[in-house]
Design a protein. Structure first.
Length: 181
């Protein structure tokens, strides 16, 4: 069993190192951007499932402990409570959007550097060596694909995060009723 795990580990390391070599140094930047982006996405998911319910219960308890729900001051307190919770639910979503926009740009950087490699090969070896040109084309296309895949995964996460923030905040606003208290 241990030999099988060791073989799997070395195979994965070998495949990843080949992929990084195929796409060039820009793939490391793309991988780092995707890793950081998903770190923020996971943090937000943990917030919505672990910390948000506790914070929402606390805000509901504060609101329900008030005797006055109708005055101007009560409306201002309600607005402040909802505003503070909105800031907390929307935290880092703009950062994730920035990383989603950054991934294709890094892929484009990889495309440019790969095409420079192709032109360099053409300048030194001429058009007669298609194998050398293929390496440059791979360095041009693999980072583009990696950047687009990273951005696409982030786009789906952004829609989910926006939906979570919007629906949870609307639900909290419904519980902080000012009319029938």
């Amino acid at each position: 069993m241990l030999d099988k795990l060791h073989f799997l580990y070395t195979d994965v390391v070998f495949q990843v190192s080949n992929f990084l070599a195929l796409g060039g140094d820009v793939l490391l930047l793309i991988a780092l951007a995707i890793f950081v982006m998903w770190g923020f996405i996971i943090e937000r998911a943990m917030f919505f499932y672990l910390r948000y319910p506790v914070k929402a219960r606390h805000i509901k308890a504060l609101w329900n402990a008030r005797n006055d729900h109708h005055s101007w001051q009560a409306h201002q307190i309600r607005a402040a409570l909802l505003g503070a919770m909105q800031q907390q639910t929307r935290a880092y979503i703009s950062t994730v959007k920035t990383f989603v926009a950054l991934c294709p740009l890094l892929g484009l950087l990889g495309t440019v550097t790969g095409m420079i490699a192709v032109f360099d090969v053409m300048a030194h070896a001429g058009m007669g060596n298609p194998r050398l040109m293929a390496d440059g084309v791979a360095k041009a296309t693999v980072p583009t694909m990696a950047g687009m895949v990273g951005a696409l995964s982030g786009v789906f996460a952004i829609y989910w995060l926006d939906w979570q923030a919007r629906t949870r905040l609307d639900d909290l606003a419904d519980h902080l009723d000012t009319e029938h208290a």
